[in-house]
Ligand binder design. Structure first.
Ligand code: ARG
Length: 460
């Protein structure tokens, strides 16, 4: 085993095979190659502007890095485990290509500030990509909600038939959830958008670097204020994973509803062949696999959060090699969430409600019982608690006879409350119930259309 060419000055031997294996991160941090090169371009520009390296060195570095990026993208770059990570792989290749100027690139910089600059840049890109996908999901939900603002369906609490709602109103609930999820991720982006480059190993550097310049060149709002915090903190990753987990949880709820609505007991929606799979043995099957996988993804997100937070817990300042373990959970979380959002948007676009089935669902469970009670309050001036009692007795009567509330005769109604008139039947249809829910944020189709228009303005 040979000594490490990057830091082997004080070493007389090379690492044990297992040391090299546990130490290497190149297998996954090669994901960061673009950000690593971007950071080195900005750093070398700054070094030249400050007279720390010559313009010729800078030009050679730029040329060399451009070639390296090309090699990586063409798949011809030889990633080496003995060079540990993406930072040393790129730098070693640069020195191989251009010699001395390449060896000057690491002036006033450490892998500690380099890696966290790369990860911040990478996460920022990931956040921007996710935000665009989440907006697409909102668009799909709003479009569908508007198209089906009048479609009646049972609304549930405890998964028991509660009150009639519209399919559009139900979908708009998710537009709100996704809107808050986007807000949480936007907060995370705002806090992460500070540049750690120039913190060097942990204490800053004696070279006359210009941190404002590199921060600006890399699109950060400002440089980070404390060099130790810069290299020793990973809370932006935790914040992303926490907010990402919440979003994954929201998606899993919609996914579960899609699974339920697809089951033949509900049959509230259809999904085309584009978002279902068949069974290799049961020819009749059409399985909502995409929805089931979206329902499963929170495990990965929450797992990543637990993994990184446990890794960070109790770490002394500043950088510790433990932190190398932040990347795989982060990468997996982004990939999982990206798939989940995109698949959900696809399913929402694809799904078609079955209004007949939803209406059939409204025939069970007395979903207009509240409307009956409200009528007694409004017309008979009964206190709500008494009206609730009267309605309960009528529900019991209907249940015993196996009929709907609207199918009770006026005499049956009056046997419970003698002042009830035939006007009561006007509030017992699901359509009348929904139309009457005109309070702000309510399910009346007019309100749903209004909410869809407002959401389009706010979010898209
Ligand atoms: N591969 C390391 C990581 O992923 C980069 C920083 C290493 N710094 C060090 N001094 N060993 O965090």
């Amino acid at each position: 085993m040979s000594k490490n060419d990057m830091w082997g000055g004080r070493f007389s031997g090379g690492p044990a095979e297992i040391m090299e294996k546990i130490n290497a991160s190149i297998g996954f941090d090669k994901n960061l190659y673009k950000q690593d090169i971007q950071g080195s371009l900005a750093h070398s520009d700054m070094l030249a502007a400050q007279g720390i390296i010559t313009n010729e060195d800078r030009d050679a570095i730029h040329q060399g890095l451009a070639e390296i990026q090309h090699e990586i993208e063409a798949g011809t770059f030889d990633f080496k485990t003995e060079l540990e990570d993406i930072h040393m792989n790129v730098e070693a290749r640069l020195r191989e290509k251009i010699g001395d100027p390449g060896a000057r690139l690491h002036t006033g910089r450490s892998r500690n500030d380099q890696v966290i600059t790369d990860v911040r840049l990478w996460t920022r890109d990931a956040l921007d990509g996710l935000d665009a996908l989440m907006a697409d999901l909102q668009r799909a939900l709003i479009d569908k909600a508007e198209a089906h603002a009048d479609v009646l369906m049972p609304g549930y609490t405890h998964l028991q038939s509660a009150q009639p709602v519209t399919f559009g109103h139900h979908l708009m609930a998710y537009v709100e959830m996704v809107g808050r999820d986007r807000g949480r991720l936007a907060d995370c982006r705002r806090r992460l958008n500070e540049c750690p480059l120039g913190a060097a190993a942990l204490a800053g550097t004696s070279f006359p670097i210009d941190r404002q310049m590199t921060a600006k060149a890399l699109g950060f709002d400002r440089p980070t204020a404390n060099s130790m915090d810069s290299v020793g903190s990973r809370d932006f990753i935790l914040e992303f994973l926490a907010a990402g987990s919440i979003h994954a949880i929201h998606l899993s709820r919609l996914a579960e509803e899609i699974v339920m609505w697809m089951s033949d007991r509900f049959a509230f929606i259809t999904l085309s062949d584009a978002f279902t799979t068949g069974s290799s043995i049961m020819p009749q099957k059409k399985n909502p696999d995409a929805a089931e996988l979206v329902r499963a993804k929170p495990g990965r997100l929450l797992g990543a959060f637990i993994s990184v937070s446990t890794m960070m817990k109790g770490l002394p300042m500043t950088f510790c090699k433990d932190m190398q373990e932040d990347k795989e959970p982060l990468f997996d979380a982004v990939e999982s969430l990206t798939l989940a959002v995109a698949a959900t948007a696809g399913m929402v676009d694809d799904m078609q409600p079955r209004p007949d089935r939803m209406l059939a669902g409204l025939e069970k469970g007395f979903p207009t019982a509240t409307d009956l009670a409200d009528w007694c309050v409004r017309v008979l001036n009964l206190p709500f608690r008494d009206a609730h009692h009267v309605t309960g007795a009528l529900v019991a009567k209907a249940e015993a006879r196996g009929v709907d509330l609207a199918e009770l005769s006026l005499e049956e109604m009056q046997s419970v409350e003698k002042r009830i008139t035939s006007d009561i039947y006007s509030v017992l249809s699901p359509a009348a119930s929904v139309a009457s829910r005109t309070s702000f944020g309510g399910t009346a189709p007019s309100r749903v259309r209004e909410a869809a228009a407002a959401a389009r303005k706010q979010y898209l």
